[in-house]
Design a protein around this ligand. Structure first.
Ligand SMILES: Nc1nc2c(ncn2[C@@H]2O[C@H](COP(=O)(O)OP(=O)(O)OP(=O)(O)O)[C@@H](O)[C@H]2O)c(=O)[nH]1
Ligand SMILES: [Mg+2]
Length: 468
């Protein structure tokens, strides 16, 4: 049997859930495509849906021989819709069943299930938004913190598109002047043009563009962290107060806390936001030698998590004082920048004036009272920035990159420009240099989607979620 692969790029009516099915008051189903309003009208009563004006809402029933669900339909007429096509949003009743029943009716009527990101893909193809804004839609949907949301919104408003277009414009100027000189045939080269031999016209502009692009490329380091987050593992001896700290950072009683050493066996994780950075916080079993079969597994898992961690918060039990095991751990990991050492239970026992391990200055914290948390937050963000070589939480740039795809393309443009400038310094002829500038321009064009291929687009949009 022939395999009919559905491709992006047709105009058939598509439908998808825009909300996650489950327990909710409402479910939203989104439909778009040529003839989608007429198609939906076949399974909708009253029959005036077909004549509905754009940007209006119609109340009625999705029906076959029987009524399926009472809905509100928002009608959008091309080109004034998200996709640029005729579209409707069907607001059904929530819960796991009602929306699904409506979807089944729509599919029987002829709607095809949308592919991942297909609505946004169509919006791009119809010139509604460029690729940086398409990607910002996905960033916004998956933002984990308020800072992540703000950054995505800035790109959704076009900050990156504008920056890329401005940079590209400068580069196109350089390309144009280089191409003009290329067009001279040999005997046309006058004294004037000989003067510029060995130097790219617009070399200074190319150098300025390169430095702007490098700043842009560097911005990804921090943006990635805001999007993907950082794994922070809390470790230490049993009873040090790890679960107490976990709960306090979470502001929720999630992990079991008791005075019995060895309470936590299975590790527990949860997301928190610290200074806008999404943190995957992990509470672990206390590290100690033990003969308890369950605890042994717990400790093994803790050790494995320590290897995966980007930041490790190591707790010393202040009440109990520094043990030999603590000293061993600190000495072993002292130079590893991932570690933050904490003297916990400072409400019961102050940090000794002279900390016994030289070169270590633990942060004094009480997981119980919250004392020392400001210093702890600062230590966590500094440790994250140290690791990413990011100088400060914010680079003074007008736009920042939002995806690895964009970063790779900016880096391609940088590499092409670096080579351009190097060859120009060596006095290489323009016909060797010009294609490199064109490569850089094309890479920038690919970021916004001005330059694109079906493969590139399919690869990009297939990472989106269905319904977007
Ligand atoms: N006074 C005081 N007590 C604390 C503090 N942090 C933890 N405790 C107490 O110390 C005991 C152990 O706390 P947990 O948070 O369960 O310690 P843990 O490190 O998770 O222990 P395990 O799961 O056994 O490895 C509990 O009785 C807590 O109430 C603190 O900052 N001050
Ligand atoms: Mg615990």
């Amino acid at each position: 049997m022939a395999h009919n692969k559905v491709n992006y790029g047709d105009e058939t009516p598509i439908a998808a859930f825009a909300t996650t099915p489950g327990n909710s008051a409402l479910t939203l189903i989104r439909c778009s495509g040529k003839g989608s309003i007429e198609l939906a009208a076949l399974v909708f009563s009253p029959s005036d849906l077909k004549k509905a004006l754009g940007n209006t809402i119609i109340h009625g029933w999705i029906k076959t021989d029987e009524k399926i669900d009472e809905v509100l339909i928002s009608v959008f007429r091309a080109p004034k819709s998200y996709t640029g096509e005729d579209s409707i949003d069907i607001c059904c009743h929530g819960g796991p069943v009602a929306g699904k029943a409506v979807m089944d009716v729509l599919k029987n009527a002829g709607f095809r299930e949308a592919l991942a990101g297909e609505f946004t893909f169509r919006a791009f193809m119809n010139g509604k938004i460029d690729l940086t804004r398409c990607e910002a839609v996905m960033e916004l949907v998956s933002a984990k913190t308020e800072t992540g949301r703000c950054r995505a919104v800035s790109r959704l408003c076009g900050s990156l598109e504008k920056e890329i277009n401005e940079i590209k414009q400068l580069l196109v100027q350089v390309l144009a002047s280089a191409e003009i000189y290329l067009d001279y045939s040999e005997d046309e080269i006058s004294a004037d043009t000989e003067e510029i031999e060995g130097k790219l016209p617009g070399q200074d502009i190319a150098a300025a563009v390169l430095s702007k692009l490098k700043m842009l490329s560097a911005s990804w380091q921090l943006e990635r962290i805001y999007q993907e987050g950082v794994t922070v593992v809390i470790a230490g001896r049993p009873n040090a107060g790890k679960s107490s700290l976990f709960n306090s950072l979470l502001k929720e009683d999630r992990s079991i806390v008791t005075e019995i050493a060895g309470t936590t066996r299975d590790w527990i994780e949860a997301w928190v936001s610290i200074e806008g950075i999404p943190i995957r916080l992990v509470d672990t079993a206390g590290l100690r030698e033990t003969s308890d079969a369950v605890e042994i597994i717990g400790v093994e898992r803790s050790l494995k998590l320590l290897q995966e961690a980007e930041i490790i918060i190591y707790l010393i039990d202040g009440k109990n004082g520094l043990t030999n095991e603590d000293t061993d751990f600190i000495n072993k990991n002292n130079t590893d920048v991932r570690h933050i050492f904490i003297w916990n239970k400072c409400d019961l026992a102050p940090l000794p004036q002279q900390f016994p391990v030289i070169g270590i200055n633990p942060i004094c914290v009480s997981a119980k009272t919250g004392a020392g948390f400001t210093a702890l937050y600062l230590a966590i963000t500094s440790a994250i920035l140290d690791q990413t070589n990011t100088v400060s939480l914010d680079l003074s740039v007008s736009a920042r990159l939002g995806t690895l795809r964009q970063k790779n393309l900016v880096d391609n443009a940088c590499a092409a420009l670096e080579e351009t400038l190097a060859l120009s310094e060596q006095g290489e002829p323009l016909d060797i240099i010009t294609p490199l500038i064109r490569d850089a321009v094309n890479s920038l064009g690919e970021i916004t989607g001005e330059v694109s291929t079906a493969d590139i687009l399919e690869e990009m949009f297939s990472r989106f979620c269905v319904g977007k």
